[in-house]
Design a binder for this molecule. Sequence first.
Ligand code: CAO
Length: 442
Amino acid sequence: MAIQQINIPDIGDFDSVEIIEILVAVGDIVAVDDSLLTLESDKATMEIPSPVAGTVTKIAVEVGGSVAEGDYVLDIEVSGDAAAPAEEKPAPAPVAAAPEPPKEAPAPKPAPAQHASVENSPIVAAAANKPVNAQDMGAKSHASPSVRAFARKLGVDLNNVTGTGPKGRIQQTDVEAAIKAVMSGATAAPGQAAMSGTGIPPIPEVDFSKFGETTTEELGRIKKISGKFLHASWLNVPHVTQFDESDITEMDQFRKDQKAAAEKQGIKLTPLVFVMKAVVKALQDFPSFNASLSADGQSIIKKQYYNIGIAVDTPNGLMVPVVKDVDKKGIYELSRDLMEISAKARDGKLGPADMAGGTFTISSLGGIGGTQFTPIVNAPEVAIMGLSKAKMQPIWNGSEFIPRLIMPFSVSYDHRAIDGAEGVRFTTTVGNYLTDLRQLIL
Ligand code: CAO
């Protein structure tokens, strides 16, 4: 049995290409066209197929090394009849990184080496700066053909997989992690998202105990439920957050003036109820904020009722009960409703009806602190307001600095439903109403 030295075949216009994988080991039995090495240029990857059948007896190269056409890479002890005389074998053209097959079509077999046209391969097209056709786009993901084949077999679109290998190269473990994420529900199903290109790359799993002590606690039931809604909104809604602030000096003075009277009726007046009223007035001015998109995303459904969801921090997690008909209620009634639903939320006594029918949500962290934050839209609503802590600040009135109570706030909105200019007009309007509550009765 003869030992045949295997050299790098014609690989197109490349002087030196990196070896990113050695797919065989000494002692491995290979058949003709079995892949031996994976090479990668900055444009694409290609596998070097074996021109003979036999047993690998020596490997003369290493991962990370570079090779060019004609370079010796390994020895194969050619087995019996299977071995074709080397000179009769056609020069195996490099198989450029195969494009991902269309969903309906069966995975195409790589063209046999002897028929592969170097001129038509994506690697050559890219290298020659020729336009690469749509199918060739699959070559964009850095992955060896064996990893591509693995992904293809499992129906995973490599464009949706994050590579953790050198230079972001996708490895088999990355494909496995992507599948795992889909199976665990962290992302969409492979048939849908992976193939349609809307899947998200998974976050690699890390064994944190390697770095120090850890404890693992299961998330509470509410957190698990709200987490799914938040994640769905984060992924589906193109968010924009508009930051603003409002001078609420007069508003807060009015609130303090009313506080004692309110307390006599068992009511605790906080800035939030005034904000609710100001928001509803602004929603009437800007109906696109009191709306939802239709399921097909082609229409906007504007609501003529004003039910404000209030994010409530409970020991079990975030809950969003809804205060109904805010446009029809006075400050005291709203305060009563707010106290009632937040108590119910904290006691875990909210029913489904208490949380249904919201048209816009307010998340108030003002009682806790913070300067600004980016709330996540409570989809299918299209906008949410975040309130932060009001602080006394020196404001220039044209001739001197005067102390004013300034409340920062933000509004995140679904950019499909609301334009940026409308976004800032809305926040400016809410801010103006809060600065001068008298406008609410105009
Ligand atoms: N700036 C300054 N002070 C504020 C303020 C603001 N924007 N908002 C409230 N305050 C003050 C209140 O006036 C009150 O002070 P006093 O007792 O001196 O009057 C104090 O902060 C506490 O208010 P509160 O939080 O009890 O009442 P609230 O009406 O403002 O809020 C509720 C009610 C249910 C929204 C709130 O208790 C809560 O749960 N907030 C957290 C919401 C949350 O977690 N959001 C995040 C969602 S995303 O993860």
